[in-house]
Design a protein around this ligand. Structure first.
Ligand SMILES: O=C(O)CCC(=O)C(=O)O
Length: 328
């Protein structure tokens, strides 16, 4: 084990020991993330990492996604046959352990080549039966965040075939455009929404901490000044679309700005349980977004964050999750 790797390994094991779980499963990926994979991630905006999570992590992922699915809360929403939960690790110790101790932080950090902080996680559940597609969208516009060093780790305890798995528009993370979220009330049609939009423009949070009492994808107001997501599905041949057959133990890593979706209109005998975590490198800052859709992590509200503050100014909310250098 070389020096850098030993330091990182030490940092993760220290975290594992503080978790309260008696058994310390290895926090290392099953294999090195190669230079080619890292350069694919930066060039294409996404990469499939084959066989990087040990089967114990897959078992924990199954346990955690099942527990979260069985416990819907105010952050759960059914969008047709797609159930999406925000912050599912907050209600599932198994998912929390995946966030805190699994190799995902290291994998994200190695892709970015820097220390990473955990920002938030989501659950995407499609019950067996007809899987509807997840529409094309970009993630960044849903959060009060800006920066280039944003990486998502999408994992599932299920085999997910290419036709219903995650797909991305290759290279779209480099387009330098923020699209309008698909959710939110439309201020062009709704007078109350126009008032909320004006207050948000004046600096009020679009979603305050009370969003944790009652939230859905239409709690906020859409920022119609942003361009709409192009009709990618209607013009698939005009885009270079990447997608993969996914097997448990793999990680799909994709950039926070990339246009992505999941295929559907396919009947499946088995459910598709997916967990996605968002990791932030050093340039990521808080951004007061007038069209915010997803509430800030609950612990952040008491700091009353301002646009431009780096996440490193909130170390209690976003501690360094992995660093190539333990001092980092
Ligand atoms: O799993 C899906 O269907 C969508 C996942 C997604 O949009 C995400 O992880 O950001």
């Amino acid at each position: 084990m070389n020096g850098r790797r030993q330091c990182a390994f030490h940092l993760r094991l220290t975290r594992a020991k503080t978790s309260g779980y008696p058994d310390a499963m290895t926090a290392d990926p099953l294999r090195e993330i190669t230079k080619e994979e890292i350069s694919d991630f930066h060039r294409d905006g996404a990469v499939l990492l084959k066989g990087v999570l040990a089967s114990e992590w897959v078992d924990l992922l199954r346990e955690g996604t099942d527990a979260a699915i069985a416990n819907p809360d105010v952050m759960s929403e059914n969008l047709g046959t797609l159930r999406v939960d925000q912050f599912p690790a907050a209600k599932s110790p198994a998912l929390q352990r995946i966030v805190d101790e699994s190799p995902l932080a290291e994998i994200a950090g190695r892709a970015l080549g820097s220390a990473v902080r955990f920002y938030m996680d989501q659950l995407f559940f499609k019950p067996k039966g007809l899987f509807l597609p997840t529409p094309w969208h970009q993630d960044t516009c849903y959060y009060n965040l800006e920066g280039d060093a944003l990486v998502r780790a999408w994992v599932s305890p299920d085999r997910v075939s290419r036709e219903v798995s995650l797909e991305v528009v290759r290279g779209s993370h480099l387009w330098n455009v923020t699209y309008s979220p698909l959710a939110g009330r439309d201020p062009d049609l709704d007078a109350d929404a126009r008032v909320m939009l004006e207050s948000a423009r004046a600096g009020e949070p679009m979603l305050g901490v009370d969003a944790y009492d009652d939230w859905n994808y239409f709690s906020g107001v859409r920022d119609n000044s942003l361009p709409k997501v192009p009709d990618i599905e209607g013009h698939r041949d005009s885009y270079e679309i990447l997608g993969w057959d996914y097997e448990p133990g793999d990680v799909i890593l994709f950039h926070g700005h990339i246009l992505h979706a999941a295929g559907g209109n396919v009947a499946s005998q088995t459910p598709r349980r997916a967990h996605a975590s968002l990791w932030a490198g050093s340039d990521v800052r808080y951004l007061h977004r007038v069209g915010q859709v997803i509430p800030d992590p609950r612990a952040l509200y008491k700091y009353e964050p301002k646009s431009g503050q780096p996440l490193s100014e909130f170390p209690e909310v976003f501690p360094v999750a992995w660093s190539p250098d333990p001092a980092g």
